[in-house]
Design a protein around this ligand. Sequence first.
Ligand SMILES: [Zn+2]
Length: 187
Amino acid sequence: MQTHPTAATPIPLRLLHRPVVAGLAVPWITARTPNGPYRFGAVDTGRAAAALERRWCQICGQPLDARFVFAMRDRDVDRSIAAEAAMHPECFRYSTQACPMLAGSMSHYRSTARGGDLAGISAILGDPHGVRAGKRAERWHAVWARDYIVFDDPLTGLAAALLRPHHIVRVRPLATWAQGSGAGRLL
Ligand SMILES: [Zn+2]
C-alpha cells in the first residue's frame, strides 16, 4: 500500500512555477509556517477562500479555464456543494497521482491524527485526513463543472461552491482512477 506521495510523478507545465519540496510541487493554498517551511497537509485558509472567490485553481493559483474539476466526496456530491476550490484538469490529475487517498490506493485513513483541522484535496501530499483518522475512507469523485456559486455553507459556516445542475458537466468516481490503465481515460 502506498502511504506516501510519490516524487516520481512528473510535474505538469502549469505547476512548474510552484516551489518543489522532495520532488513534489507545493499547492498554492498550502500553508507555511512563520519561519518559512511549507506544511504539507495544512491549508492557508485565506488562500483557500481567495481561490474559491476569484475562481482560481487551488493547486497552481491561476485562473480557471472554461471547464474545471472539483474533488468531491459522496456527501459533497449529494449536496452539490464543494467545500474547496476547483482545479485545472491537469492540476487535478497531478493531485490524484500524488495523493494516495484520491488515487484509491488506501482503503482507510491513516490512524495517526495530526492537525485535525483539515480534510480534502486541498491538503494533498500531506496528512489531510486526521479528523477522520481510522475511519473508512470515503469515495471521491471528479466533478467537472463550467460554473459555480460561492455561498456560505450552513453546515460548516465556511465559503463553499454551490453547483447547480446546469453547472455540472459530468461526475466520475475516483475509486478506480489510478488502478491500472484507466487512469488517463477519465480526464
Ligand atoms: Zn491549476
